[in-house]
Write a protein of this length. Structure first.
Length: 405
């Protein structure tokens, strides 16, 4: 019996027991569909996350305060107050590899406009922040250096915040209240889009950094200093220059640790990529358990099939069928079951991913790699779990098999 005949016999056996075959394939179908759907969600989230990080600006370095120690326990990065507006001015004036510097402070606060209110991020920034972090003005204007110097009560709002407070109305010229202080809205930022739960860069209000520090938050230190290097190639040089300037200003000598940290967008993207990989492997591993369970189901049904067809096996051997022919026949049947389950699972996985994408804020992206991986794994399950029943069938004694009732 050649391969074509073996496949024909396998399909005939599957069609003669449709319900049993479907239930056998169910574990494979669920496993493959789960793997494809999970990988589509994580791949889409990764791409969207990387896109959002890139939107934050190019050639950007982020200088943050260092870690504070409380009772011998080290806090997280940024837990110390070490950076000032004067530090940002020194970086701009003394670092030749730097083209723009934009310090920032931020905190969430309740904002009101007439009867509408929302809790959003209040960003205290300088005019340079707009270009360093790739923001654009949709209408109105951004505040000027004179507004920073005079601590003006003016605000530029994001698209999400504008919708929350003003609906579809033009916010320019309106007055909003931030922690009881009236601010005039002078500009509306162009939307950067939501990242599906990771970060909404449109849900914010920007005000002059001096206004935020002195009038709103009552602080003396900045949360971060955003630095734009001349080019990607000069970022290492910029880091070296910034480090020297800040260590000198903060009087850190010899081998003492820095009281600040410097990260690039490349570092942030690499960290996000590593986190995404870990999450992907975790979800794929969980989903693969269904494939293993499905494989056990295949082996169980094939063992039952061997028992049911013991007399048939005896007749074939009596007519000259070799042990390897019997083994190949049952192995092909197991592979066909797993492969059909894999094909149906792929269709369900693609459909499920698209359904999730259309009815939620999650970004999904079905990749060819995930389809090949899950489909290949389902075929491998057929080989692995079908081998033992096939081997058992091939070892049956023809005389004993013919006597089997």
């Amino acid at each position: 019996m050649n391969i074509i005949e073996s496949l024909a016999v396998a399909f005939e056996g599957i069609m003669s027991n449709k319900m049993r075959s479907l239930l056998t394939m169910l574990g494979i179908i669920i496993g493959v569909a789960a793997v494809i759907t999970m990988l589509a969600i994580t791949t889409g989230a990764k791409v969207q996350m990387m896109s959002q990080i890139q939107k934050m600006g190019t050639n950007v370095l982020i200088v943050r305060p260092g870690q504070a120690t409380f009772g011998g326990v080290r806090g997280g990065a940024g837990s110390r107050n070490t950076l000032t507006l004067e530090d940002s001015e020194a970086i701009m004036s003394k670092c030749s590899s730097v083209v723009e510097v934009a310090p920032e402070v931020s905190s969430n606060a309740q904002v009101k406009y007439t009867n509408n209110n929302t809790n959003t991020s209040i960003m205290g920034v300088t005019p340079e922040y707009l270009s360093v972090r790739n923001f654009d003005i949709q209408s109105g204007s951004f505040f000027k250096f004179s507004d920073v110097k005079s601590m003006s009560k003016v605000a530029v709002i994001g698209a999400t915040t504008s919708t929350d407070l003003f609906g579809g109305r033009d916010p320019i010229g309106k007055y909003i209240s931030i922690q009881g202080i009236r601010f005039k809205v002078i500009g509306l930022l162009k939307s950067k889009g939501s990242s599906g739960g990771f970060m909404d860069m449109d849900d914010m209000i920007m005000i002059p950094i001096t206004t935020a520090m002195k009038r709103v938050f009552g602080i003396q230190y900045v949360r971060a200093i955003n630095v734009q290097a001349v080019s990607m190639e000069s970022m290492d040089q910029a880091i070296s220059q910034i480090t020297k300037v800040l260590r000198r200003r903060h009087r850190i000598y010899n081998s003492a640790d820095d009281d600040f940290s410097i990260r690039s967008q490349a570092d942030i993207m690499e960290m996000a990529n590593e986190s995404s990989k870990t999450f992907t492997f975790l979800l794929a591993g969980i989903a693969s358990v269904s494939l293993l369970v499905g494989g056990i189901g295949v082996m169980n049904i094939m063992l039952v099939s061997v028992k049911e067809r013991t007399r048939e096996i005896g007749i074939r051997k009596a007519l000259g069928a070799r042990a390897k022919d019997i083994q190949r026949q049952f192995l092909i049947e197991a592979i066909v079951l797993s492969t059909l389950g894999g094909i149906i699972g792929v269709l369900f996985g693609i459909g499920g991913a698209k359904l999730i994408g259309s009815f939620s804020t999650f970004s999904v992206m079905v990749s060819l790699g995930s389809i090949l991986l899950s489909f290949g794994f389902s075929a491998a399950v057929g080989v692995f779990f079908g081998y033992y029943p096939a081997r058992s069938a091939s070892k049956l004694d023809p005389i004993e098999a013919l006597r089997y009732e």
